[in-house]
Each structure stands twice: as structure tokens, then as C-alpha cells.
Design a protein around this ligand. Structure first.
Ligand SMILES: Nc1ncnc2c1ncn2[C@@H]1O[C@H](COP(=O)(O)OP(=O)(O)OP(=O)(O)O)[C@@H](O)[C@H]1O
Length: 223
């Protein structure tokens, strides 16, 4: 089998407090390119903590995290940030678009510090916006778009640099059922042989669209 995109082995995360809270206990998880994985579990069970660790936004207290074969604990902060910026993309419930920038400018943001020439940045943003069905709204500001369209821009921004792993936190939480379906279809299309999509969700219909569900219960990761 191909090398996993991302693997956690015996990962524990304890917030020091006081009081200290162990939000993730001895977690093992492997994610391969080509799969869509749902992360589910009760409120406070550790889903956000897990997502932050998967996304290199937080560090394990103990255990090993490998991203694309690299043990991330040996990296400097700078190299870890660079790995996150090139290999990972993020989609959030509240779209986090910059209100005074148009769609193209929002989508080029992740490329700004990666040394791409301006014209290439624009071309990549136009391609990403076309992929999500917004090729006709390139110069629109977020406030002039529907919620579903804003989330499409956020997805374009998350894939513009061709990340290996797309991490989504309740991506349909602010959308009606029609837009939810469309966004789930789109996220499924983002899964390729070399790319995986991970979705934290409370919704059973989102879970049903994934290839498998990982359950987090009281900091334990199952599945
Ligand atoms: N920065 C922090 N400091 C201390 N404890 C924290 C911190 N962040 C989270 N926790 C605790 O860790 C546990 C897991 O929290 P986490 O946010 O990962 O759960 P969750 O499953 O994402 O919850 P929800 O579904 O409500 O968003 C909870 O007991 C929470 O109170």
C-alpha cells in the first residue's frame, strides 16, 4: 500500500491548565490519498483537538505524527509552517473570507508567500474558482455572494495550491440543505488518488457521504 499521507501513532495531547485536560489519548490514525474521512463524536470529545493536530496547528504532547513520510516533531516551527502551507488546505464553518477583497484576491492569499509570480497566482486562482463553479464571479466581493457561494470561494482558496490533505471543520454548518448537498458533492470531487479530505461533522448525512468515519469519544479515537 502507498505511504500514508498522514499518520498519528500513540498521540496524546494534554492542555496544561490548571486543571490539566487530556483531550486526546493515545490516538492512532492513518489517512491515505483517495479517501474522504469523517470525524464524528460528542461535543467536547476532542474532535477540534484532533483536527488541530492533523493540521499542524497544534503539537502532540507525546506520540508521533508523520506527514507525507516526514516526522513533524523534528522540524523547526518555520519548516512546519512551510509544510502546512504547501501540503494542507483548510475549510471552516464560517468561511473566513476577507470582505474587502474580491474572489480572485481571496483565493490567491495562500500563494502570496510562496514565491509565485503575480500572473501565475491569478491564473491558479481563476482555475480554482472555475473548478468550484465560480468562474463567472471572479471579481465579486464576498458580501455579494450567497452562503453556498462563499463556501465555494473558501474551498477554492483551500485547494489553489493543490494540497495533499483538505481539512474541513463543519463545512456545511452554516448552509441550507440544497447548498449542503452541493458543497458535499464538491468536497467529494476534491478527493483524488493523491489527495484526502477530512471533515469534522455533527451531521449524520455528512458522515454518510464519507468513505469511513472516525469516532472520537472522551479523547479516544476509534476507527
Ligand atoms: N486550550 C484549551 N485548554 C484547556 N482545555 C481545552 C482547550 N481546548 C479544548 N480543551 C478541552 O479539551 C476537551 C476537548 O475539546 P475539543 O474542543 O477538542 O472538543 P470537540 O469535540 O471539538 O468539541 P465541540 O464538538 O464542542 O467543538 C474539552 O474538554 C475541552 O474543554
Amino acid at each position: 500500500m502507498a505511504e500514508p499521507l498522514l499518520a498519528l501513532a500513540s498521540v496524546t495531547r494534554t492542555y496544561p491548565g490548571p486543571p490539566a485536560v487530556t483531550a486526546l489519548r493515545d490516538a492512532n490514525l492513518t489517512i491515505h490519498g483517495g479517501e474522504m474521512v469523517a470525524i464524528v463524536g460528542p461535543s467536547g470529545s476532542g474532535k477540534s483537538t484532533l483536527l488541530n493536530i492533523l493540521g499542524l496547528l497544534d503539537e502532540p504532547t507525546s506520540g508521533v505524527r508523520m506527514l507525507a513520510g516526514v516526522d513533524t516533531s523534528v522540524l523547526s516551527d518555520r519548516d512546519r509552517t512551510a509544510l502546512r502551507a504547501t501540503r494542507l488546505g483548510f475549510v471552516f464553518q464560517s468561511f473566513h473570507l476577507v470582505p474587502y477583497l474580491d474572489c480572485v484576491a481571496n483565493v490567491t492569499l495562500p500563494l502570496t508567500h510562496q514565491g509565485f509570480p503575480r500572473q501565475l497566482r491569478r491564473d491558479l486562482a481563476v482555475t480554482a474558482l472555475t473548478t468550484v463553479g465560480l468562474g463567472h464571479r471572479l471579481s465579486a466581493r464576498p458580501a455579494t455572494l450567497s452562503g453556498g457561494e462563499q463556501q465555494r470561494v473558501a474551498i477554492a482558496r483551500a485547494i489553489v495550491h493543490e494540497p495533499a490533505l483538505l481539512l474541513c471543520d463543519e463545512p456545511t454548518g452554516n448552509l441550507d440543505s440544497e447548498n449542503t448537498e452541493a458543497i458535499l458533492d464538491l468536497l467529494r470531487r476534491m478527493v483524488t488518488g493523491s489527495r484526502a479530505v477530512v471533515v469534522v461533522t455533527h451531521e449524520s448525512y455528512v458522515r454518510d457521504r464519507a468513505d469511513r468515519a472516525v469516532e472520537v469519544v472522551d479523547g479516544h479515537v476509534y476507527g
